[in-house]
Design a protein around this ligand. Structure first.
Ligand code: THU
Length: 135
């Protein structure tokens, strides 16, 4: 069932797709991560002529939040241009697992059809995540 607060976060992620630097793939992705205190940070994918240096939207958003002193997250929304559902890549799943519990909600949607978003948990996406005790 659609929740208004989910749509709100998805709309912020959709807005961030417009800042994507994706001249090589043409695949524009936006992410919006909500911290436990309700602050929202956005990110977009940032590609590079040296392809391997590309940064995904999810990591851009998480790293931006961490850089501003936030380390506890409630939800992340990920939206891609067109009709593809942008489930986070393996690298992003591992980065999310550094800061988020398995029950963290991950919302994914295609920009053309935000209302048809899917909700999964980080644990669904990355079972048996590798984590170390934080000192
Ligand atoms: N990408 C993301 O930003 N997030 C994802 O979840 C999947 C892929 C980006 C990386 C690259 O710029 C483009 O999408 C195609 O892989």
């Amino acid at each position: 069932m659609n929740r208004p607060e989910d749509i709100d976060l998805l709309e912020k992620a959709a807005a961030a797709t417009t800042n994507a630097h994706a001249p090589y793939s043409g695949f524009q992705v936006g992410a919006a991560v909500e911290t436990d205190d309700g602050t929202v940070f956005v990110g977009c994918n940032v590609e590079n002529a040296s392809y391997g240096l590309t940064m995904c939207a999810e990591r851009t958003a998480i790293f931006s939040a961490v850089a501003e002193g936030h380390r506890s997250f409630a939800r992340i929304a990920v939206v891609a241009s067109g009709d593809t559902l942008p489930y986070p890549c393996g690298a992003c799943r591992q980065v999310l697992s550094e800061f988020c519990d398995d029950d963290m909600k991950v919302l994914v949607a295609a920009a053309d059809n935000l209302e048809d978003y899917k909700t999964v948990t980080l644990g669904d996406l990355l079972p048996h995540a590798f984590r170390l005790e934080k000192p």
